[in-house]
Design a protein around this ligand. Structure first.
Ligand SMILES: NC(=O)c1ccc[n+]([C@@H]2O[C@H](COP(=O)([O-])OP(=O)(O)OC[C@H]3O[C@@H](n4cnc5c(N)ncnc54)[C@H](O)[C@@H]3O)[C@@H](O)[C@H]2O)c1
Length: 368
C-alpha cells in the first residue's frame, strides 16, 4: 500500500503520524511511504532520517495525498486537508468528531474511510490508542504542578517532596485511571504525600494492591474531596466518564478553602474540566489564577513533549497501521472488530453510533 504522512498543521503541533522507525517497519513489509518535507523536523526527525529508511519526501501535503492510499496523521484533518481527501483514501488519526460538526460534514463529503484512534477498542474495553496520551499527560501533570508550586511561578514556594526535616506536599489525584496512576507514579517518585480518589471501589482496590503503602486511596465522595482540596498543595483532575462531560468535582466554594499559591492541574479539561473554575488554556499561556489558586488547564498537554508523545503514539498505532497496509482497510476491519469500532465515517455515512448521536446525524452501520 502507498502510505502518506503529511506535516501536522495545527498550531504548535510538532508530533508526526509515523516516526522513521515505523516507516522502516512498513517499508520492510513491502509498502511505499511518502512523507511531507519537514514533517518531523520539529522533533528532530530530519527528512534524511526518513529517506534513510526508504521513504520518499514530497514537497507539500497535496503531493502526499495524491501519492498515497492511506493517510496517517496525529490531529484531526484541517479544512485544507479535508479538501484533499478522496473516496479511495483511508484516513487514520485522532478525529474527536463528536464536538466538531464542520469536520464531520467535510469527512462525509470526502467519501473517504476515516478511522479514529480514539474509538478503537481493546479486549478489556479500554481505548488503546488514547492510552499513551493519558500516560504522558498523567506523568507531565506532576512536573508542571511541581514547577508552578515554585515561588517565582506564583506558587507557595514549596518543594513537592520536602527535604529531611520538612514535610512533603500533599497531592490529591481525582480519578485513578490511566492518567491518575501515571501521575501517582511520578508523585511517589518525588516523595510527595499522595492520595488517589475514585468512585470505582474495584479501581481503588487495584491501586491499593499496586502501590501498597506508598499512597493512600479514598472513595471520591463530595466530603472527601472538599477535605482533600483544603489540605493539598497540588490537586490533579484526572476523571473520565466516557462520552460525557467531566463531573465538576471541585466547586468555586471549595476553591475558597484552598491554600494560597496551591496548584490545580486539570487534565480532564479536554472533557470540559473537573474543576468549576477551569477553562482551557494553551502552551503559550498555560496558567491563570482564581482566588489565589493557580490553574493549569492545557487541553493538549502531550504536545509539550512532542517527541516522547510521537514515539508513544507510534508504539500503539503501528500494529494497526501495518494491518491496514497489509490487508486493506476493509479486510483489516473484518478481521478485527476493535479496529472496526474505530471506523467513524465511510462512504459518506457516519459509522459510529455515539458519534452520530452526538452530532444528531443519521447512523448507518458498516457492513463487512
Ligand atoms: N489534557 C490533556 O492533554 C489530556 C491528555 C490525555 C488525556 N486527557 C484526559 O484525561 C482524562 C482521564 O483519562 P484516563 O485515560 O485516565 O481515563 P480513565 O478512564 O483511564 O480513568 C478515569 C477514572 O476516573 C474515575 N472517575 C469517574 N468519575 C469519577 C468521579 N466522579 N470521581 C472520581 N473518579 C471518577 C473512573 O472510575 C476512572 O478510574 C480524560 O478526560 C482524558 O480525555 C487529557
Amino acid at each position: 500500500m502507498r502510505i502518506g504522512v503529511p506535516k501536522e498543521i495545527k498550531n504548535h503541533e510538532y508530533r508526526v503520524g509515523l516516526t522513521p522507525a515505523s516507516v522502516a517497519e512498513l517499508v520492510a513489509a513491502g509498502h511505499e511511504v511518502v512523507v511531507e518535507t519537514r514533517a518531523g523536523t520539529g522533533i528532530d526527525f530530519a527528512d534524511e532520517a526518513y529517506t534513510r529508511v526508504g521513504a520518499k519526501i514530497a514537497p507539500d501535503a497535496a503531493a502526499v495525498f495524491a501519492g498515497a492510499d492511506m493517510i496517517v496523521k496525529v490531529k484531526e484533518p484541517q479544512p485544507q486537508e479535508i479538501a484533499l481527501l478522496e473516496p479511495r483514501h483511508t484516513l487514520f488519526t485522532y478525529l474527536h468528531l463528536a464536538a466538531d460538526k464542520p469536520q464531520a460534514d467535510g469527512l462525509i463529503q470526502s467519501g473517504a474511510t476515516c478511522i479514529a484512534y480514539e474509538t478503537v477498542t481493546s479486549n478489556s474495553g479500554a481505548l488503546p490508542l488514547l492510552k499513551p496520551m493519558s500516560e504522558v499527560a498523567g506523568r507531565m501533570s506532576i512536573q508542571v504542578g511541581a514547577h508552578y508550586l515554585e515561588k517565582e511561578q506564583g506558587g507557595r514556594g514549596e518543594l513537592l517532596g520536602g527535604v529531611p526535616g520538612v514535610a512533603p506536599c500533599k497531592v490529591a489525584i481525582l480519578g485513578g485511571g490511566v492518567a491518575g496512576i501515571n501521575a501517582a507514579q511520578m508523585a511517589v517518585g518525588q516523595r510527595a504525600d499522595v492520595t488517589i480518589y475514585d468512585i470505582s471501589n474495584e479501581r481503588l482496590a487495584e491501586l491499593d494492591l499496586h502501590f501498597g503503602s506508598q499512597i493512600k486511596t479514598a472513595y471520591a465522595s463530595k466530603a472527601a474531596i472538599a477535605e482533600a482540596v483544603t489540605r493539598s498543595q497540588l490537586v490533579i483532575g484526572a476523571v473520565l466518564v466516557p462520552g460525557a462531560a467531566a463531573p465538576k468535582l471541585v466547586t468555586r466554594d471549595m476553591l475558597k478553602t484552598m491554600m494560597r499559591g496551591s496548584v490545580l492541574v486539570d487534565i480532564a479539561i479536554d472533557q470540559g474540566g473537573c474543576f468549576e473554575t477551569s477553562h482551557a488554556t494553551t502552551h503559550d499561556d498555560p496558567v491563570y489564577e482564581v482566588d489565589g489558586v493557580i490553574h493549569y488547564c492545557v487541553a493538549n498537554m502531550p504536545g509539550a513533549v512532542a517527541r516522547t508523545s510521537a514515539f508513544a503514539l507510534n508504539n500503539a498505532t503501528l500494529p494497526f497501521v501495518l494491518r491496514i497496509a497489509n490487508h486493506g482497510a476493509e479486510a483489516a476491519m473484518q478481521a478485527d472488530r476493535h479496529l472496526a469500532i474505530g471506523l467513524n465515517v465511510s462512504g459518506g455515512k457516519i459509522r459510529h453510533q455515539a458519534v452520530a448521536e452526538a452530532l444528531d446525524l443519521p447512523f448507518e452501520a458498516w457492513a463487512a
